[in-house]
Design a protein around this ligand. Structure first.
Ligand SMILES: C[S@@+](CC[C@H](N)C(=O)[O-])C[C@H]1O[C@@H](n2cnc3c(N)ncnc32)[C@H](O)[C@@H]1O
Length: 374
């Protein structure tokens, strides 16, 4: 009797362990295989209406029937794809989001390359460097995941064309999220803009220029010609091409300068009324944030204001941002609160002035921190 009871208990424990592990393992498998199918444009090869034979799908994307059958069977089980009959598949509402150029597809590509691969290397990172957050952007789970012992995360990102495109397109897809309309009042600039010819806003790490466009469109007194998009040279090159292609009226007028926030700002980008850092400083460890503050301090005028627009560390914020903090850890970044930014800014000669919060909507969950010269 005792031994039967023992066997039943053991079976129950094993069953529980299997059920518990199934979720994370199969989620990881699903994420990986969706990324694979996006790479092979398999979701585009499935017709919008009707269905397709798995053998035909395999032929279209250049895979063996055997492997495509195994993957689609897995997708059907997870309701990523629908089964319409033996050996046939069709889209679901979900799988349509994975077609090439859909924002969701770019986020999958970006998150797979820059977060998922890095997460798998976290145990190795901690074993090698101790259980502490990465302190240098060069020695991180992300660098290990790309085969480097010592290389800054952004260099890895920028030098790999495919990975960089995934990152850039993902940024574009979410770039409209953080509008400052109704959150931050640019009105204080009016007088200086009218009486002086200095730059208005320098958007440091401005990527596609969507933050600048938001500022210019919602504040007609800010001339686009006096705004500067400042980002890594490769990013600026790409943005210029996009703006040219899309003929965006506002962005065509914006000045675009390639460079890095760690080197002295070029003459034309000095003395601006505002230097804004939107969703860039959280990507970096304290030592780099401090470096960026020191460099921008040398470019400012006495009345310049610095804006930091970031998801903030605050227990009341949305759970998504708590998760994103772990993604940031992969590359030595972290979420901070106003006090943490203020402490770093003070070391470089800036004084905290105000915090403008946007925590009311489901997606926009950020603050604008305003600093002035100390
Ligand atoms: C997470 S993205 C945010 C982009 C944009 N500000 C936004 O809110 O959508 C970070 C940006 O910082 C840029 N960046 C990274 N390192 C930089 C550096 N050293 N100097 C200037 N920009 C940098 C990246 O190229 C990228 O465009």
């Amino acid at each position: 009797m005792g031994s039967i009871q023992h066997t039943d208990d053991a079976r129950a424990r094993i069953q529980q362990a299997y059920l518990d592990i199934a979720n994370p393992v199969f989620s990881a498998a699903e994420f990986t295989l969706i990324k694979v199918f996006i790479d092979y444009k398999a979701f585009d090869a499935i017709p919008d209406e009707g269905d397709i034979a798995v053998s035909k799908l395999a032929e279209k994307i250049g895979g063996t029937h055997e492997v495509v059958d195994r993957i689609t069977t897995f997708f059907i089980a997870g309701k990523v794809l629908a089964s319409t009959g033996p050996g046939r598949v069709a889209h679901t509402e979900r799988s349509r989001l994975y077609k090439y150029n859909e924002p969701t597809a770019w986020l999958y590509i970006h998150m797979f390359n820059n977060t998922f691969r890095s997460l798998a290397q976290m145990p190795n990172f901690f074993a090698k460097h101790g259980l502490a957050s990465p302190e240098s952007a060069s020695v991180t789970p992300t660098s290990i995941s790309h085969g480097f012992d010592n290389r800054p995360a952004y260099e890895i990102l920028v030098e790999n064309k495919g990975i960089h495109k995934g990152f850039n397109e993902a940024l574009k897809a979410v770039g409209e999220m953080y509008s400052l309309k109704g959150i931050y009042d640019f009105g204080w600039m009016r007088e200086s803009l009218a009486s002086e010819s200095r730059p208005a806003v320098v958007d440091v790490g401005g990527s596609h220029g969507l933050a600048l466009r938001d500022a210019v469109r919602n504040n007609k007194f800010i001339p686009a010609e006096r705004c500067i998009l400042f980002d890594l040279p490769q990013v600026i090159e790409n943005t210029k091409k996009n703006v040219e292609k899309e003929q965006d009226e506002d962005l065509q007028k914006v000045q675009m300068i390639g460079g890095t926030m760690f080197e002295p700002y070029p003459e034309t980008a000095q003395g601006a009324l505002i230097y804004q850092f939107r969703r860039i400083l959280n990507d970096f460890p304290d030592e780099d944030v401090l470096r960026a503050f020191h460099t921008v301090r040398k470019a400012v005028a006495p009345d310049t204001r610095i804006l930091i627009i970031e998801e903030m560390l605050n227990p009341k914020r949305m759970p998504m941002n708590v998760g994103l903090d772990i993604c940031l850890m992969c590359k030595a970044g972290k979420r901070r609160n106003a006090a943490m930014f203020s402490e770093l800014a003070a070391q470089a000669g800036f004084k905290f002035n105000a915090e403008f919060q946007q925590i009311s909507s489901e997606f926009d969950d950020f603050s604008v921190l305003e600093f002035v010269v100390a």
